[in-house]
Design a binder for this molecule. Structure first.
Ligand code: NAP
Length: 461
């Protein structure tokens, strides 16, 4: 058998998941000199871009510009988009084996990590990932409700997602009204009575997972003062030594930013955002209706952990923090995929440089875990692409019985007649941006699959 990868016998690849990792992988595969590759990208929702559409905060419009390069990748010959097709339900991995030489899963990390403390599941305690998906108009989350009639909110964690959530809660209606936040979320946030927001870090300021530009933004909110407790911003001796030992300029800058924040007097803005360090929730306390009303926090100190990293160790000092709404922002978590091995502890598909087995691969968060920014997926996808090309070289591929592009498409259309192509998506994209323009917003998102499909199928140019 000759090796595929020629114009008359293309290497046929299925990518499952249309987020950044999927697009960067497609770019790598389609850009390979001397090898003809055809990529079919499957996506459960009618819309591409994954977390760029449903994860990046609405007020971070510039970050979303990366979709322009995704559109360029999608315009390359050899690329097809099969949106609104659920791999796992409508199409199985065994189906894909029939049509492709290689299959790569770029499905991300679709759920949240848990804190595993009493009271975690009380009413008004939510995973931050759900709130993020809700305000970004994700069809599966649009009908959730968050009680924004309360005054005090606590966000557990100090990663960039926690910062996004805190910032969204503190934004004024005027600030939100120029973003692509979902229309129902704009309405709910406009009526919000939230006055105080707490961000809770279990370790110290040096170990805070947020990045410097995101930290700085917290000090520039039109409607919220920022407060840090000077005692919590002061570095403990271990952190101080770590800072002095290393040459991490970003860490130095972070401490400078936080110290400057801690010196700021309040200016009387309507909301107050407080960042706390060295505290962990040990229990969420409920009211008589089973709704969270407060959090029991333990004070931590830092001790050297395995490998020298500083970890939080609980002391015997406790405090109660009143909070009527809680967002747990302690990280995303991957979900097991049918037919693939899964490491329950780390929440990823075990792999070797992206290879799960010859012909089956992973890239992005399902490969390495939920870390890094959008751009981190580029080298990650490049590594998986190299592995895929190395396997091609060795002819270590799947053995599709029907490798013709038409056969795969026929199968998809049979199981999902409402498949969404990339030009369908561009039509929806134009509709959303035009609707947004009329309101001075970058776009007004469609937030149900039904509405999306109606717009796509509507007669017209
Ligand atoms: P993250 O960066 O891993 O942060 C998770 C936070 O949760 C950390 O502060 C962590 O503290 C804390 N945490 C974990 N378990 C905890 C527990 N049991 N109790 C208390 N705190 C706990 O994750 P993320 O915020 O979900 O973000 C995911 C990735 O997306 C990150 O790489 C992030 O930078 C990226 N992202 C980027 C942007 C942006 O560029 N603007 C926006 C959003 C997300 P420890 O450090 O002590 O473990």
């Amino acid at each position: 058998m000759t090796r595929p990868g020629t114009p008359s016998d293309a290497l046929r690849v299925a990518i499952v998941g249309a987020g950044p990792a999927g697009f960067f992988l497609a770019e790598r595969l389609l850009g390979k000199e001397g090898i003809t590759v055809e990529v079919d990208m499957y996506e459960r929702l009618p819309t591409p871009y994954g977390l760029v559409r449903f994860g990046v905060a609405p007020d971070h419009e510039k970050i979303k510009n990366v979709t322009r390069s995704f559109d360029k990748i999608a315009a390359r010959s050899g690329f097809r988009f099969f949106g609104n097709v659920d791999v796992g339900r409508e199409v199985t991995l065994d189906d894909l084996r029939r049509y492709y030489h290689q299959v790569c899963f770029t499905t991300g990390a679709q759920t949240d990590r848990r804190m595993d403390i009493p009271g975690e599941d009380l009413a008004r305690s939510h995973p931050a990932t759900e709130f993020v998906a809700w305000y970004n108009g994700h069809p599966d989350y649009r009908d959730l409700t968050f009680d924004l009639s309360v005054e005090r909110v606590a966000v557990v964690g100090v990663g960039n997602v926690a910062v996004d959530v805190a910032r969204m809660l503190c934004r004024t209606t005027e600030e939100l009204a120029t973003t692509d936040v979902a229309d129902y979320a704009l309405e709910a946030l406009s009526c919000s009575r939230v006055r105080e927001v707490y961000l809770l870090g279990r370790r110290g300021p040096l170990q805070a997972a947020f990045t410097n530009p995101e930290a700085k933004e917290l000090g520039e909110l039109a409607g919220a003062d920022l407060r840090l407790l000077p005692g919590e911003v002061a570095l403990d001796p271990l952190s101080q030594a770590e800072l002095e030992r290393g040459d991490d300029n970003a860490a130095r800058k972070k401490i400078e930013i936080l110290r400057e924040f801690s010196r700021r007097p309040p200016t009387g803005k309507p909301r107050l955002l407080t960042i706390r360090f060295l505290v962990s929730p040990v229990e969420l306390l409920g009211d008589d209706q089973g709704r969270v009303r407060a959090m029991r926090l333990v004070r931590n100190r830092l001790v050297e952990g395995k490998g020298g990293a500083l970890r939080a160790e609980a002391t015997d000092q406790f405090e109660e923090l009143p909070a009527d709404l809680v967002f747990r922002s302690v990280g995303y978590r991957g979900v097991a995929l049918a037919g693939l091995p899964f490491d329950e502890r780390s929440g990823v598909v075990p792999n070797e440089r992206g290879r799960v087995a010859p012909g089956v691969y992973v890239a992005g968060w399902i490969k390495r875990g939920p870390s890094g920014v959008i751009g981190t997926n580029k080298p990650d996808a490049a590594e998986t692409a190299e592995t895929m090309f190395a396997d091609l070289e060795l002819s270590a591929l799947l053995s599709p019985g029907e490798p013709a592009a038409a056969a795969a498409e026929a199968r998809v259309r049979r199981v999902q007649p409402a498949v969404v192509t990339y030009s369908d998506w561009r039509r929806l994209d134009r509709y959303e941006t035009e609707r947004g323009k009329a309101l001075g917003r970058p776009r007004l998102k469609c937030t149900t699959v039904r509405e999306m499909l109606e717009v796509i199928r509507r007669p017209g140019p």
